[in-house]
Design a protein around this ligand. Sequence first.
Ligand code: ADP
Length: 162
Amino acid sequence: MTKVVCPGSFDPVTNGHLDIVERSARLFDEVVVAVLVNESKQGLFTIEERLELLSEATKHLPNVSTASFKGLLVDFCTANGVDAIVKGLRAVTDFDYELQMAQMNGSLTEVDTVFIPTSPEYSFLASSLVKEVAKHGGDVSGLIPDFVNTELTKKYELTKDA
Ligand code: ADP
């Protein structure tokens, strides 16, 4: 049994994330999508909301579950019997940072990192960019699941009213 983790902020989950999660679910026995709780950075969606959106988006994948974690990813891996970390790579700009992280994590514990290259149609996709476009009324359908789009629109409508 190989258990892997796909870590990230998922604020909110995009089709780029889901592409990586779905491909991981085909390659490995068990996949945990883990939302990083970053106390110094307030996101648009709460951790609970991100987890709900992720559960909905992955409900068709029986070997995928969701979790959240604070602190070091390697500690989450040790505590949960995770064999490897899966990261999506969009472009060379991701590579430098991800290589450094992978090597640091590998030096802290024996956990390995597996990189999966993004499908080309998602290589420009990042949650931050989706939020920026949606905030200004741009059309992000096709980049995120429909129900995520509905929640994103609600968030920005609420912000406008405030
Ligand atoms: P974002 O950059 O969208 O805020 P996260 O911090 O949630 O993403 O990233 C979680 C993981 O998902 C990272 O490994 C990141 O490289 C990967 N990822 C994010 N967007 C994509 C994408 N469009 N294609 C492939 N991997 C992606």
